[in-house]
Ligand binder design. Sequence first.
Ligand code: GCO
Ligand code: MN
Ligand code: MN
Length: 393
Amino acid sequence: MSHDPIQPTRDDRFTFGLWTVGNPGRDPFGAATRAVQDPCRIVQKLSECGAWGVNLHDEDLIPFGSSAAKRDGIVADFKKALDDHGMVVPMATTNLFSQPIFKDGAFTANDPKVRAFALQKTMTAIELGVELGASTYVFWGGREGTETDACRDPQEATRRFRHAIDYLCEFVKDRGYDLRFALEAKPNEPRGDIYLATTGHMLAFIATLKNEEMVGVNPEVAHESMAGLSMTHNVAQAMEAGKLFHIDLNGQRIGRYDQDLRFGSEDLKQAFLLVRLLEGTAGTTPYTGPLHFDAHAYRTEDDAGVWDFARGCMRTYKLLAERARGFDADSEVRDIIAAMTDAAIDPLLGAPYSAASAEALRAMPIDIDTIAKRGLRYERLDQLMIENLMGAR
Ligand code: GCO
Ligand code: MN
Ligand code: MN
């Protein structure tokens, strides 16, 4: 068999959620179009496709309300499937949205009994995640929001959410678990408005936590796009802050409901720029955590289509990484970017403030008319990117 350079391997660190490839195609307007799959089969199929790991909500594996004995049996079978197929569980999370009790939110709900139940459920789910080997725990506050803001002071919602995350950080420390939290923002859906709507909001919130160093972000392409924002900019800010603990990759068109499409199937240029950033092909520090696809196959697909979808996410990522390496090695691209450096001024700007350096900076002659007239060649740069993407270079 000939070598396929974009065949995914374990080294690529690709992961899928049980809920992603396991999505049976149910939507608000129609019933499932595919059978619900057994989690152990998902592990086997993902392994065959070349994925490295599988992530889960508590309820993706253990049906809500299961007895302790049933739970232990399911976990034992699942661990065996992971071993048999060489798969890991890098991330786990809590389903705080499906059960009707969470209709007014979980950690931010007005009823203290709901908030207490959300903490109980999360502590139990953290134990499950740790037992399966997870080192990242995601918090997606899908129901932490409102339709009518008359129901609570939004400032109080922030305080309640902070209390929950502070509390759970202490729980993890108390147990001595090696676990970090990653907060996932979404602007709306299923609630009319969700608190802490974007990755930027999450970063600001994290700075107010007691155990700030334990908590980072899990940005999602679809969610930042729904807010009309640049995923690449938001991921870059998280990376620069040392806070990109996890990432949800998928495809989305701006202005739509949360589509969770195959990675790279929409806005290929943005997907390319995101992969370029994550891989650090422009010379920046790469992201080395799990590459998680939080997406699902079109509702039109049968079982075979689900695995076409999974392979597609990974193949597109690898193709884009290859394209990004080519782009950043292209001498014309490098020349356009390098034209912006200035051997005399760069050291001055790189130095911290001092009275002497400020004096030198202020004395620097800067020919503003010439600079303002100079074309920056970004049209050419962008076209080079497009031609690279289309395989013309
Ligand atoms: C969504 C979210 C979820 C979360 C998942 C893990 O819009 O439904 O993206 O898929 O990522 O619940 O926390
Ligand atoms: Mn989503
Ligand atoms: Mn997600």
